[in-house]
Design a protein around this ligand. Structure first.
Ligand code: GLA
Length: 748
């Protein structure tokens, strides 16, 4: 058991392989947080916080007349509200009598094997062997508002999850104006905050800032987890890097708007809170009612960002993603979007399928434009009926013909959206979000369906279900191309409009749940204008998410770099597209495009009919290599070897956990005359092991004419040589060359 309770001291200690988490029920019944960090022989950490009389920090009645105790100072597991803690809070409550207050005392706790679940919300899952649950109950003695603090412990993976179940056990309704999933106080240290901001076509860019006494707020008010920020933050030592330094990671398992806030308080302690967006949030909790927050996944390591990422990659792959394709080899697909956009016919699609089959691609995905009268992107969302003017043979026959060529078939949908120019809108105008008396803001000419309404969710299920049942559709790209505004549900009373945003997210989860339950073999790929809803909530239903609409491989280096801090390669939808690139106009070698896309789920998004015979041969070779190294890439440990944009090349590597092999990837991002040699130190190898090099990119880059060809270079290396001396690349020539170097251990 990883959870230990000492009745005498009131201390609850959670231990994982390398971390320890401790809290204490003090003599007044307050639930104090004591420690989260590196594990050592469990000790009572109460000594860390000797009480002080802090002027202007109030004292609770239980401690009175002592002035040594103050909610404004001592570390807490979950904050109350309105009772003299002036730091950022995790809860805001309006009581029936108009007072703003919640003042919790410990009630009880229990532990159990296995992992708690949340109703209607995605959460990490685990067997009784791999996970345990701790529930700590605290309650306001006056209003009887209870908070059940849920902790899931994955001891071997060094992961602790948190969520809160808020119950109204009183006689009167309360309104939750803020109901976050956790707060964490870290009393000592100097910290940096790393967050992942972005925009459409440039998602998850890393930004690192010193934590100061100003509240730092990382948030999305867009109703989705968003391009703008990602619901994942890191708090790290000021000097932490890839291989060293204390780091805490916080990842919200939620796909709606969110907030993550951090500050240094007046006494230089750090507090971090995270949870659902509180802007436009007000949840009425009736007597007997329960509100469950989404889950936050936490980890700590003193081994820097690499160790932190490895922990998140494992928990997501093993305990968030599910279904047939959790570990099974995913199909390499050809998506027609950048090949045809909306301009296609069944003949064109069949020609693409012929090309794909001849190359050895596994699946053809039919993107936007197959339904209603969708010849331009301002119409027909909502009308999920096949456009037989474009697909004259009908969908069933098209799928059969594609299957007959040896290809699987996948399709695109954007279920949550509606165009005003659609049959659905003409029938149900009130199904779209709009505020009374106002014309709602359009994005890409579309409005958002009110998925907080069960009849809307039912309608969508009733359209999607026959489509999947009647046709052999093995993949569904679930897109969502706008942020939510004008949020107002026609069926909820005015006082409940603050629930709509969260109810909308619950509606999506309900729909996704029905689909994945009834079609367990279907592969879902999440998408939101590219990677605008790339979060652990969506990954519970779809094991991969289209990472960005920007398919330029050089821009993708940035995007995939930032994404890799929290999310494993197996979740990152990435394709080779045409050159010049459709988003940037940049020309890159097809080899480079493939090296970058292979650090993802891999596929193509171009018209192979427009490629040269030589490029087609390269694609066949790319498919062979991707399949050969599939397990290493998807399941191996990822090492970021360069910090993005600090040099004229980017390097990253996969290493098998047993150190038996590694794949080094390098993209040279700028040509240089007379450049210094590029030397890269590998990671994760056995220092005394002997590794044999295979240059998988041989022939796909040009050495500077005076250099010896790479084939004559050294082939055998010790792991120590590669890790401490590094590997020196040949001096290359031309635009954006890329390397893929495989090292296989040959000495047993
Ligand atoms: C979004 C997606 C693209 C594509 C288009 C279709 O932008 O991210 O991949 O599916 O929609 O309209």
């Amino acid at each position: 058991m990883s959870i230990n309770y000492q009745e005498r001291t009131g201390i609850i200690t959670i231990e994982t392989l390398h971390t320890m988490y401790q809290m204490r029920v003090d003599e007044n019944g307050f639930l104090q947080h004591l420690y989260y960090g590196k594990r050592f022989s469990a000790d009572d950490m109460t000594y860390l916080y000797p009480g002080y009389d802090r002027p202007c920090s109030g004292n609770p009645d239980e401690a009175y007349p002592s002035r040594m105790v103050s909610f404004n100072v001592f570390p807490q597991e979950y904050t109350g509200y309105g009772i003299g803690d002036f730091r950022i809070n995790s809860l805001a409550v309006r009581n029936a009598d108009g007072s703003y207050g919640a003042d919790f005392r410990y009630v009880s706790h229990e532990t159990g094997k296995g992992k708690y679940g949340l109703s209607g919300l995605p959460a990490s899952y685990g067997t009784e062997e791999e996970a345990e649950t701790l529930v700590v109950r605290i309650q306001d003695p006056v209003t009887k508002l209870k908070a059940e603090l849920l902790y899931g412990i994955f001891a071997e993976k060094d992961i602790i999850t948190r969520a809160v179940r808020i119950k109204n056990e009183g006689q009167q309704s309360v309104i939750l104006d803020r109901a976050l999933s956790m707060s964490l106080d870290i009393p000592f240290g100097k910290w940096d905050l790393i967050h992942f901001h972005g925009r459409h076509a440039l998602e998850r860019q890393t930004e690192r800032e010193q934590l100061t006494h100003l509240v730092k707020k990382v948030e999305s008010k867009r109703g989705t987890s968003s391009h703008q920020e990602n619901p994942f933050i890191i708090l790290c030592d000021r000097n932490a890097g890839e291989d060293h330094g204390a780091c805490y990671g916080f990842m919200l398992v939620y796909s709606g708007g969110f907030t993550a806030e951090a500050e240094l308080d007046q006494f230089d302690s750090a507090r971090i809170v995270m949870g659902i967006q509180d802007d436009q949030f007000a949840w009425s909790l009736e007597p007997g009612g329960t509100f469950e927050t989404p889950e936050v996944i936490l980890t700590f390591t003193d081994e820097g960002f690499t160790g932190l990422s490895h922990r998140f990659h494992k928990i997501i792959r093993h305990n968030i993603c599910r279904g047939k394709y959790q570990f099974a080899q995913r199909p390499v697909l050809l998506n027609n979007w950048e090949a045809t956009y909306l301009d296609f016919t069944d003949e064109k699609l069949l020609a693409l399928a012929d090309e794909a089959a001849a190359l050895g691609i596994d699946m053809l995905v039919l993107d936007d434009g197959w339904f209603g009268e969708r010849n331009t992107d301002d119409r027909s969302l909502g009308d999920w009926f096949v456009n037989e003017k474009k697909i004259r043979c009908g969908l069933k026959s098209l799928v059969e013909q594609i299957n007959a060529k040896g290809l699987k078939f996948g399709i695109w949908m954007e279920p949550e959206m509606i165009n005003e120019n659609s049959e659905l809108y003409r029938l149900h105008p009130d199904w779209a979000f709009a505020m009374p008396g106002r014309i709602p803001t359009r994005t890409r000419s579309q409005l958002v369906l009110d998925l907080s309404r069960s009849e809307v969710v039912d309608y969508l299920y009733d359209r999607i279900e026959p489509l999947l049942r009647e046709n052999n559709i093995e993949y569904l790209k679930w897109d969502m191309n706008r942020s939510l505004s004008d949020v107002y549900s026609a069926t909820l009373p005015p006082e409940r409009q603050g629930e709509v945003l969260h109810r909308y997210v619950l509606g999506i989860y309900d729909l996704m749940d029905r689909i994945t339950t009834n079609f367990p073999d279907l592969l879902l790929e999440g998408c939101s204008g590219g990677g605008g809803r790339f979060d652990a909530g969506i990954l519970y239903y779809s094991p991969q998410i289209w990472c960005s609409d920007d398919t330029d491989p050089i821009e993708r280096l940035n995007i995939q770099y930032g994404t890799s801090f929290g999310y494993p390669v197996s979740t990152v939808g990435a394709h080779v597209s045409a050159s010049p690139n459709h988003q940037t106009g940049r020309t890159t070698p097809i080899h480079t495009r493939a090296v970058v896309a292979m650090s993802g789920t891999f596929g193509y998004e171009l018209d192979p009919g427009k490629l040269t015979a030589q490029e087609k041969d390269q694609i066949r070779e790319q498919l062979r290599l991707f399949r050969k190294h599939y397990d290493l890439i998807q399941g191996g440990l990822l090492y970021r070897l360069t910090a993005i944009q600090e040099d004229t090349y980017e390097a990253w590597q996969f290493a098998a956990e047993d150190k038996s092999e590694a794949l080094l990837n390098v993209v040279v991002t700028a040509p240089r005359a007379n450049r210094p040699l590029i030397n890269i130190r590998l990671k994760g190898l056995e220092p005394d092991g002997i590794y044999e090099l295979t240059d998988e990119s041989d022939g796909y880059y040009m050495a500077v004419p005076s250099e010896p060809p790479v084939k004559e270079w050294k082939k055998l290396f010790t792991g120590g040589a590669l890790m401490f001396g590094g590997y020196t690349l040949p001096n290359v020539w031309g635009d954006y060359p890329a390397f893929q170097l495989h090292f296989r251990r040959i000495d047993g």
